[in-house]
Design a protein around this ligand. Structure first.
Ligand code: HEC
Length: 213
């Protein structure tokens, strides 16, 4: 019995160490980059009109400066942008809007903990890689789905599924909108244009016949 208890204590100890080290490793993830990982979450899930759009009294979440008004660098728990989205019953985004994913909440916390810097181009983007699941869909999930989900399909376009994305391509509204061509609404609405590398990946995938790969 004693031995079993001892082994139990050792296992709990080892487990705790393992848990703590894997957590710190994740929190120090160098790939969390403001422009590529954090800003799109705020633009897509918080900046719809009537919410945190440019000029809003509730705070403009389409720019670094606007977001920083509710951030205390290095202290997520003292940053209202983090406290309202975390915990058991987060008050933001409102219940009827697209919710943040666990990974997005984690990214925001990690970014604040690491000093809430205004960095860009810290994630690698390779134009020769353009598979749907690993290259194209993550860009759309990150930058577009907050305003183009099934329950909130901006302009009637649901970009949360492969079929929905293909529909916007075949109705000939997709590329013009992300390229900011004349005659199209510039997307992401309220946000900066996608990077040249991201647009190039999407263009190559469309040229290849937009396979569901
Ligand atoms: C902050 C909310 C928001 C974000 C983020 C957003 N959209 Fe939109 N989008 C809208 C709304 C609202 C409309 C309908 C009104 C309009 O056309 O401006 C729309 C319209 C569109 C249209 C139709 C445009 C046209 O000219 O017919 C396309 C295609 C589109 N969005 C694609 C995207 C893509 C791709 C992204 C991500 C790169 C994106 N949107 C990000 C809100 C958003």
């Amino acid at each position: 019995m004693k031995i079993i208890a001892r082994v139990g204590v050792i296992l709990i100890f080892v487990g705790t160490i393992f848990f703590l080290t894997t957590c710190t490793e994740k929190a120090m993830d160098p790939n969390v980059c403001f422009n590529e990982n954090i800003l799109p979450i705020f633009v897509s899930k918080c900046s719809m009109s009537g919410c945190h759009s440019p000029g809003s009294r509730r705070g403009d979440f389409t720019t670094y400066e606007g977001i920083m008004r509710d951030v205390t660098a290095k202290h997520p728990l003292r940053s209202s942008v983090y406290t309202v989205i975390s915990g058991l019953n987060p008050s933001m985004p409102p219940k009827n809007s697209a919710q943040l994913t666990t990974q997005e909440i984690f990214y925001i916390k990690a970014w604040i903990s690491m000093g809430a810097l205004n960095q860009s181009n810290c994630t690698v983007c390779d134009t020769t890689q353009f598979k749907f699941a690993t290259d194209v869909q993550p860009i759309i999930n990150n930058w577009c789905v907050g305003c183009h989900s099934t329950s909130n399909a901006g302009g009637g376009y649901d970009l949360s599924t492969y079929a929905g994305i293909v529909h916007s391509i075949t109705s000939n509204r997709f590329l013009g909108s992300i390229k900011h061509s004349a005659g199209y609404s510039a997307m992401p609405q309220n946000g900066n244009q996608l990077s040249g590398c991201q647009i190039s990946k999407i263009q190559s995938w469309i040229n290849a016949g937009y396979p569901n790969n």
